[in-house]
Ligand binder design. Sequence first.
Ligand code: SF4
Length: 410
Amino acid sequence: MSEKPLLRFPGMATSDRPFLVIWEVTQACDLACSHCRASAMPEAHPLTLNGQQGRSLIEQVRDFGPPYPLLVFTGGDPFKRTDLLELVGYARSLGLSPAISPSATPLLTRERLEALRDAGARVASLSLDGSTAEVHDSFRGVAGTFERTLEGCATVRDLGMKLQINSTVSRHNMHDLPELAALVYRQRVMTWSVFFLVATGRAQSDQALSPAELEAVMHWLAEVSSRIPLKTTEGHHYKRVLLMRRTLQAHGYQAETYFQLHPLQQQLQQKWRELCRDQDIQPRPAARRLPMHINSGDGFVFVSHLGEVFPSGFLPLRAGNVKTQSLVDVYRNSPLFGSLRDPDRLKGRCGSCEFRQICGGSRSRAFAMSGDELAEDPSCSYQPGSFKLADPLARDSSRNASASAARARR
Ligand code: SF4
């Protein structure tokens, strides 16, 4: 068994502070994406946090103390806020690392991105859901978004900012994934964030992949990860897939032949290998980005445009509001967040799973499908205890968890 770490853990106790704070600065957006979490509207809500309340929130993020959480300005479309530059600059002046997640609308211009960079934003993330205008624009609801997104990617790189591409996997684009990955590779991304649909906002559950298809995509992503630095969002059992593959490899097995994977895995793999050969897509030593062990309310917090505090943007259970409460207090002491941070409170298969300490499943999807945020993640096909080589794997998982706990104590 390899002694190399298999996962990354935040360098702090996630019960004390989040690794990532996502602030939805506005719900306003000029796109109409079919899977929009925010159910975005053209105009901002009248009770959206104003500039003063926004600065107060930024100070509350600072109050977690160093190492500070990463602060992502998202929406809606953050460019719909006229005081965005000021807020980003204020976050930077307090020592935070602001990142920006704009929509691909006519507001996404070089001038605006340059001003944001100068105000202190070092990272920009853009959404790309298909390898062609046909696939992407039909998903995003506005023609021309595909071209505008690629122009935005080029500008972000040209300005010396780090680029993250976010892609939502659904039935709409699952057969386009290899071509999409090839396009992402050419964008020279810092991270490809692969999001697995949760039926909330405008997203419909009939667009979600079956558990077997999702497992197939994750095994394919494990292969892609040698060429593209990637992470999954609301796809926590990707960590289980990586651990199982590493264990199988150590025992001389191939995951693709050991498991009875859905035929989608073969289709994706074959197409991807053809593209790698034809487009000279090479492995990159720095590409294999270890997955970060964070989950809803555990290393992660979402603040809505109205100031409401949620464990995730996809888990609509409100724990407080920064207009009247301290974000630090809500994050550390809310019973909801506390329960989400305790893997022993998980139910169903997640509750009896040997991977629950490092996976825990998507709490957002569990809630969306059952109304219980602690229920099993219905998108995972794993039957706890069924992996025959689980013993060494469990030792490896606990070694990772112990190392994390030791780091958090320091
Ligand atoms: S059963 Fe739950 S905890 Fe276990 S791997 Fe699946 S999602 Fe993760």
